[in-house]
Design a protein around this ligand. Structure first.
Ligand code: HEM
Length: 405
């Protein structure tokens, strides 16, 4: 097997280190065609061009990723959310949702996030040795996004399970078993059933939550339909915690493996906001995203035909030495200098689909990290080889046994 084919296999199958195969691919060239016909984009500048380009669709590549899924059946189970739409539909829906999910909504969550973080760190320190994924990484974003939307505490566990099954379902079909497909379908049906009932309840009796706000949102006479409301709730719930879980777990593991950076942060808590962005660059929770060409065009010297699908390798772009000096080094000060910050990482994407929840994810991680550097002196993994979930795209640890003191 030649080096590029081997690197592609490693990138798609091995989870612990996608960065070594990503480097091999990036150094070998800007575009590589995969056996399933998608093209991998490896360099930062080309990733940015695709994400910001008007001629790349986020609505049409599903068929290439999920050839075994019947589109009609999939649409019945879970209609498409605006994440997988192009303008003008995307513009309209994102505009409506942004009216309910504002920077103020996020800022108002700070006291609740701080209280929850204190509670979780208390529990962790009392336990001493524990699974960081179970005790901190899941409960923090899951609780916050559920409370934000208005999902009652008794249902958090159920929505967590459905979310995991849906997030796994983003991966290309070739990497999934019939069982994981089935689990994805079941989760989609259960989610829709669940939110239908919750929406009815909020319409009858609105509360101070995002669901009630979304149900009431209106822009020049335009409102969200029942289906749009449903898919928006599911997208916000899944995107709002499956990703942040990985930021917390992958990010803290990176700090444990780079003890000098952890000590630097403890000595300089003012680096926390920079550290959060650096952790997102260094080990992004969403490792890649896809687009398809709306018309024939040339990117990175490669001619794409209309309909050609590409995989924007966030994990590779974020380690491109043309843009990030010494890219494999974790440097918590990289984003600190506001007059001369490092280039924007790709972890939240770029362009029209730029993550709507980025301010919330940043806030959660900043509050957590600030609390940890203040109260935890010893933070170490209890294994050299923590296990990863099977997920390729939304990649993260399934468990991380650690010791805190
Ligand atoms: C560390 C945490 C997070 C990461 C790494 C992340 C990453 C991303 C990425 C990469 C995209 C764009 C995908 C693409 O271009 O194909 C995206 C979109 C989105 N994210 Fe996040 N996300 C995070 C947290 C959140 C949170 C907390 C929420 C909401 C509570 C959220 C809601 C959304 C929504 C609604 C979209 C769709 C935006 C659009 O299509 O216009 N995300 N996110």
């Amino acid at each position: 097997m030649d080096a590029v084919t081997q690197a592609m296999a490693d990138l798609f199958v091995r989870r612990a280190d996608p960065y070594t195969p990503a480097r091999t691919l990036r150094e070998a060239g800007p575009v590589h065609r995969t056996p399933i016909g998608l093209h991998l984009i490896t360099r930062y500048a080309d990733c940015a061009t695709v994400l910001q380009g008007n001629d790349w669709s986020h609505a049409d590549e599903a068929g290439q990723l999920h050839p075994s899924v019947d589109p009609e059946r999939a649409a019945e189970e879970m209609p498409t959310s605006f994440l997988w739409m192009d303008p003008p539909d995307h513009t309209r829906l994102r505009g409506l949702v942004s009216k309910a999910f504002t920077p103020r909504t996020v800022a108002e969550l700070r006291p609740r996030i701080e209280a929850l973080v204190t509670e979780l760190v208390d529990r962790a320190l009392a336990a001493g040795e524990f699974d960081l994924v179970e005790l901190i990484a899941y409960p923090l974003p899951l609780t916050i996004v559920c409370e934000l939307i208005g999902v009652p505490a008794a249902d958090h566990k159920a929505v967590q399970t459905w979310s995991q099954d849906l997030a796994r379902g983003f991966d290309p079909d070739v990497l999934m078993t019939p069982e994981t497909h089935e689990a994805r379908s079941t989760a989609a049906r259960e989610f829709m059933r669940y939110f239908r009932a919750l929406i009815d309840a909020r319409r009858a009796e609105p509360r101070d939550d995002l669901l009630s706000a979304l149900a009431a949102v209106e822009d020049r006479g335009d409102v969200l339909t029942e289906t749009e409301l449903l898919t928006t709730c599911v997208t916000t719930l899944v995107a709002g915690h499956e990703t942040t879980v990985n930021l917390v777990a992958n990010g803290l593991l990176a700090l444990m493996r780079n003890a000098d950076q952890w000590e630097l942060l403890r000595a300089h808590p003012e680096y926390v906001p920079s550290a959060v962005n650096e952790l997102l660059r260094f080990d992004p929770p969403v490792q890649m995203t896809t687009r398809s060409a709306k018309k024939p065009m040339t990117v990175a010297g490669h001619d794409f035909a209309e309909g050609d699908g590409v995989v924007v390798l966030v994990n590779s772009g974020n380690r491109d030495p043309e843009v990030f000096p010494d890219p494999d080094r974790l440097d918590v000060t990289r984003y600190h200098d506001r007059r001369d910050p490092a280039a924007r990482h790709l972890a939240f994407s770029l362009g029209i689909h730029y993550c709507l929840g980025a301010p919330l994810a940043l806030l959660e991680m900043e509050v957590l990290l600030a609390e940890l550097v203040r109260r935890v002196t010893v933070m170490e993994p209890l294994t050299d080889e923590p296990q990863y979930k099977a997920n390729l795209i939304v990649r993260g640890l399934s468990a991380l046994p650690v010791r805190f003191a």
